[in-house]
Design a binder for this molecule. Structure first.
Ligand code: ADP
Ligand code: ASP
Ligand code: MG
Length: 418
């Protein structure tokens, strides 16, 4: 008997028909002798709808109430999935009306404690006793992903795609044997199959590579879920809720075998929602840089690519990127700084831009990967605005409209086409 956490994403609970399929699947797993805890996302499109409503009321909604609102989609899924499990269990003759086989639970009901960084909260602790109690009684906990509560009992959310992180954190708290992420593709591919039809399914991928793909924009897993799984060595299995085929295992690098080290580029990622800020005529003073990035970090804004350049007159030009969701907040902060401590500085922003990245652990030992990337982009006449690298990733910021061409050219050029 194994203890398995099964997480179902938005499309997997997008209609009552899909919810009935989830109920059947979960009961089948239990019938095989396993204990199952379920984590669900909001129905497809629901979180976007709520985000849209909030932004119609204000371009920068109040953070506490915003989280309270956007966390609510998951409550609907929890209710529906739990009801569907009971209906199916009754139909199968497993329970009588009124018996309890599944229990719907919101974040605060199982002590998912987070910090107070609304919309990007981090999980600090989960009180697993309630869940363990239900599992011992043969019940299936159905848990709301994406949400928790802060020390003042405010509802917090974990960032878009955060149900993946909820599932991993719950799997770790329960010391589960497996954490299955059910989604609308049948595994992790060499790039987003919706952008590149020649993408290939990967059988196994390392946590390190998956983290870089996720940070490059591959939203099949939220980056924090991969970080957490890597830290606690919780194996992940990304698979389809529409078909029973084996998906992709995300595992520790030493479980991959040597052959994969030969692969220079394992995947290509793309993110269409980058905003580039440029500050011109900045005094060349590192204290100012500390001040600017300090203010952004206090507002929990994650800055990605940073490039700094000294002009001939000795002033500095500074460019960096943030995600689209932080666009207005960042502009507000920079404009305030310009009006106080950065007189005469010009603040410019450009959006949306795209970031394309190539990722592979083999890159560390292969020279010439960057030049090949630039060559492939230049052959497509795609201009590069900013470049950033890590040991196993190279990212380029490009014109949004050329993202698809760039991904396809890199995928082909690095020999990934199926
Ligand atoms: P869910 O609602 O199940 O959490 P998401 O939409 O968050 O699903 O993530 C699944 C989507 O991730 C896929 O439909 C696919 O378009 C996208 N995706 C991006 N990069 C990849 C990749 N490398 N492999 C597979 N899917 C990817
Ligand atoms: N419903 C949330 C979102 O759309 C969380 C998730 O789907 O993982 O971002
Ligand atoms: Mg997701």
């Amino acid at each position: 008997m194994a203890l398995i956490v099964q997480k179902f994403g938005g499309t997997s609970v997008g209609t009552l028909e899909r919810i009935r399929a989830v109920a059947s699947h979960v009961l089948d797993t239990q019938a095989q002798g396993h204990q199952v805890a379920v984590v669900v996302s909001a129905m497809a499109g629901e979180t976007n709808r709520l985000v849209g409503l909030a932004h119609e009321l204000h371009p920068i909604p109040d953070s506490r109430e915003y989280d309270l609102l956007i966390a609510s989609g998951e409550q609907i899924s929890v209710g529906l999935v739990t009801l569907a499990i009971h209906a199916e269990a009754e139909r199968r003759g497993l329970i009588k009306r009124g018996d309890i086989r599944a229990v719907g639970l919101l974040g605060h009901q199982i002590g998912i404690r987070t910090d107070s960084v609304f919309s990007k909260a981090r999980i600090h602790a989960i009180d697993s006793t309630t869940l363990e109690g239900h599992l011992k009684l043969g019940r299936i906990p159905v848990i709301a992903g994406f949400q928790g509560v802060d020390p003042d009992n405010n509802i917090t959310t974990l960032g878009r795609g955060g149900s993946d992180t909820s599932a991993v954190a719950i799997a770790i708290a329960l010391q589960a044997d497996d954490c299955e992420i059910y989604t609308d593709v049948d595994g992790i591919y060499t790039t987003d199959p919706r952008i590149c039809p020649r993408a290939k399914k990967i059988e196994k991928i390392s946590f390190e590579e998956m983290m870089e793909l996720a940070s490059g924009g591959a939203k099949v897993l939220q980056i924090r879920s991969v970080e957490l799984a890597a830290k606690y060595r919780m194996p992940l299995h990304v698979r389809s809720s529409f078909s029973p085929v084996e998906g992709t295992r995300v595992v520790h690098q030493d479980l991959l075998g040597k052959a994969l080290e030969q692969v220079v580029v394992a995947g290509v990622a793309a993110d269409a929602s980058q905003v580039k800020f440029t500050l011109k005529r900045l005094k060349n003073d590192s204290e100012l840089l500390a001040k600017i990035f300090g203010e952004l970090s206090n507002a929990a804004i994650v800055v990605d690519v940073i490039v700094q350049d000294i002009a001939t007159d000795g002033t500095m030009a500074l460019s960096f990127t943030v995600g689209q969701t932080d666009h207005l907040k960042t502009r507000d902060i920079l404009n305030k700084l310009r009006d106080t401590v950065l007189p005469n500085v010009v603040v410019e922003d450009r959006a949306p831009l795209a970031k394309v990245s190539i990722v592979g652990v083999g890159m560390q030992h292969h020279p010439g990967v960057a030049s090949k990337m630039f060559g492939l982009l230049s052959a497509e006449k795609i201009g590069i605005e900013l470049i950033t690298t890590s040991e196993i990733k190279i990212s380029c910021l490009i014109e949004n409209a050329r993202m698809k061409d760039a991904v396809n050219a890199l995928h082909r050029g690095f020999g990934l086409d199926a």
